[in-house]
Design a protein around this ligand. Structure first.
Ligand SMILES: [Zn+2]
Ligand SMILES: [Zn+2]
Length: 208
């Protein structure tokens, strides 16, 4: 299960610099082959929902350091710690995208994980293609990946799981649940997010 960097990832590696040029940028950090069109969709949706610019910026070369030999899966929590350390100081948040099967010890698998109110989150494409032939359903796969990416970033903005099954912060046990939820935050989560963004910008102003 060694994950090799594919040409697209190499492309991003060569074309990007390891620092967010803008303040308050959300870094999207692919650790797997990621179609540039798909990366573009993720960036646009992240900016639409959170209102911050995004940059593609690979921060880690691989995630083999969290490979669990018994489970043959990858423990997501240490990836977050490593990402937060690797992120340049002016990056507001960092989202890693991996292709390996992630887990946390209490669950069989996770689609992703985030530091609640922190800087780092990760999402995996590994199980999001379930029930789809990716080549013939690129749109369905794209929607699932974007929803789960935004969901994990939502946690870094202190959003918790939402009971509304159509809200993007709804916790999904299966890809069917992911398909059912919308691309949007419910009214309640949107208010919480706006409050958090205001709070962050207030802290930022105090620092300057
Ligand atoms: Zn969640
Ligand atoms: Zn909600």
């Amino acid at each position: 299960m060694i994950q090799h960097l594919k040409p697209h990832a190499t492309f991003f590696r060569q074309e990007t610099r390891l620092s967010a040029s803008n303040k308050n940028t959300i870094l999207i950090s692919p650790l797997c082959e990621l179609n540039p069109l798909l990366a573009g969709h993720i960036c646009r949706e992240v900016t639409r929902v959170f209102g911050y610019p995004t940059e593609i910026c690979p921060l880690l070369s691989d995630v083999e350091f969290v490979m669990d030999q018994d489970r043959l899966q990858y423990h997501s929590t240490p990836i977050l710690e490593r990402l937060a350390q690797a992120a340049p100081p002016n990056a507001l948040k960092v989202l890693a995208i991996v292709a390996v099967d992630l887990f946390i010890p209490i669950l069989t698998h996770v689609y992703g994980e985030a530091q609640l109110g922190g800087r780092a989150c990760v999402v995996s494409t590994f199980r999001l293609g379930e029930g789809l032939l990716r080549a013939s359903h690129p749109e369905d796969f794209r929607l699932r990946l974007v929803k789960e990416a935004v969901h994990e970033l939502g946690h870094t903005f202190s959003l918790h799981h939402c009971k509304d099954p159509s809200c993007i912060m709804h916790y999904c046990r299966s890809v069917k649940d992911v398909d059912k939820k919308s691309m949007e935050l419910c009214r309640y989560c949107r208010i919480l997010l706006n409050d958090e963004i205001k709070r962050n910008s207030g802290i930022e102003e105090l620092r300057n």
